[in-house]
Design a protein around this ligand. Structure first.
Ligand SMILES: [Zn+2]
Length: 457
């Protein structure tokens, strides 16, 4: 075997080490000697290089095969680890199926280390010497897509009821297998309905160009001013509403921001005057209503939590605009610009119109023909025909035509009425006196000089 050469000791030749223990005689460095070392080292390196370049057959992977340094975790043990991971009680989540379809979730109290401990319970013959934690970690991180802790979920009422009933039935009437099975089936159907909504939403990304998928919802109300003084907990704050509309296909989101004295949170505010050939409205199953736009709201909420204080509306606008760095949210004001001095700035403004009174007379009345509105999962509006509820056969509820409007009304008349609808609000909405008093107390904790928006209350 070639003796490894050290260039730093280039002035020494290996043979200069005397065998009898005497100090080697130091040779004077001469350029010829130095050159010889360089050549020798280069030759040594090029031998390996040549082998690789020529793809010589005798090169083999000898890692883990050298006598003396045996591989601690054998291939058999590694396979046992894989069997262990496959058998884990991990499950899919309803919420992240679009982004990461193969990801599995486990209860949050698990960690890789605690799973490692559990592994030896499953395979008692294996010892820690024969199955190392780094290999265990490497296998779970590179070959399996398991996340610890479920994405944040609000526990669904219906799910919770079913699980309790199943649990009770199992304890009280364990012999009634049919009854228990029926409960299981009912719960599975509920989950299946929830899943249909998520699958529909996931497929929206593959729509053709002329089709759009919009997802819309209100964000949790944002209170201002946020002063972090302790009496803020029992004082009423001013609400800032945010109604977001997300284009599921492009990922662009528009946020309609307004203060509680600019407009209400009602049907008129959500009614977009759009001209589509067909509209499909799909409602999520209550309790399983996490939508793509919630991720956007989450960004705003997270950023808001990091903010120490929020005094003026413009800070909320900046917060919303800067919450997402990649394709920032578009901000639209409703009725009145949500600026500190209520003067318009570069953000567009929409006016809420009173569609309800404009088209109200056309409605047949409050009853929808004995229809249980809660049973509607989907609605289809196509120009020229009546709206159809539950149009697809994926739900157990039968499809039904709805006659919302009086029969004599044509599409043209409806359009005209919508176009001529009057603005909903002539002035600011009143705010309760108690709230104004509370706000005055809070404002004293802010560093505001001009409080135009507050004076307008
Ligand atoms: Zn549920």
């Amino acid at each position: 075997m070639d003796r490894p050469l050290n260039l730093d000791l280039g002035v020494f030749e290996p043979e200069t080490y005397a065998s009898d223990g005497f100090k080697p005689k130091k040779r004077k460095s001469d350029p010829k000697n130095w050159m010889r070392n360089i050549v020798k080292k280069a030759r040594c390196r090029s031998r390996l290089r040549k082998k690789v370049l020529m793809r010589e057959v005798d090169i083999e992977d000898r890692r883990g095969k050298h006598p003396g340094h045996y591989m601690k975790t054998s291939y058999e043990t590694r396979d046992q680890m894989r069997i262990f991971f496959k058998s884990l009680p991990a499950r899919h989540s309803h919420y992240s199926v679009n982004k990461n379809p193969s990801r599995l979730y486990m209860e949050s109290h698990w960690t890789i280390t605690s799973l490692y401990e559990r592994f030896f319970v499953y395979f008692p013959d294996v010892t820690k010497e024969n199955a190392t934690l780094p290999i265990f970690r490497k296998i779970v991180n590179t070959e399996f897509n398991i996340k610890f802790g479920f994405p944040r979920t609000d526990r669904c009422d219906t799910c919770s009821k079913f699980l309790t009933r199943i649990c009770v039935a199992k304890n009280q009437t364990p012999y009634d297998e049919e009854g228990i099975d029926e409960l299981h089936n009912q719960h599975a159907r509920h989950l299946e309905f929830a899943d249909i909504f998520y699958r529909d939403m996931a497929s929206a990304k593959r729509f053709v160009e002329s089709h759009y998928a919009l997802c819309m919802d209100f964000q949790q109300n944002m209170p201002i001013p946020v002063t972090r003084v302790n009496k803020e907990f029992y004082l009423r704050q001013m609400w800032i509403y945010n109604f977001g509309i997300k284009n599921v296909k492009t990922g662009r989101t528009t946020m309609f921001l307004y203060s509680e004295n600019f407009a209400n949170k009602g049907a008129n505010e959500n009614l977009a005057n759009t001209r589509f050939e067909r509209i499909y409205v799909k409602y999520p199953v209550p309790g399983h209503s996490r939508m793509p736009i919630d991720a956007d709201f989450g960004l705003i909420e997270a950023k808001k939590r990091r903010m120490e204080q929020i005094f003026v509306p413009s800070q909320v606008v900046t917060l919303v605009k800067s919450a997402r760095t990649e394709t920032p949210f578009d901000v639209v004001f409703v009725n009145v610009p949500l600026t500190d001095d209520l003067c318009p700035d570069e953000n567009p403004i929409v006016t809420v119109r009173d569609y309800k009174s404009a088209i109200g007379p056309l409605f047949k009345g409050r009853s929808f023909g004995g229809f249980d509105l809660n049973s509607i999962r989907e609605l289809r509006f196509v120009g020229g025909s009546k709206p159809l509820a539950n149009f697809s056969e994926r739900f157990t509820n039968p499809p039904r035509e709805m006659s919302i409007f009086s029969d004599c009304i044509g599409d043209g008349a409806l359009e005209e009425l919508i176009a001529n609808a009057l603005p909903m609000y002539e002035d600011f909405l009143p705010i309760k006196l108690a709230k104004v008093k509370n706000l005055e107390i809070l404002v004293s904790h802010t560093i505001l000089a001009p409080q135009v928006w507050l004076n307008k209350l």
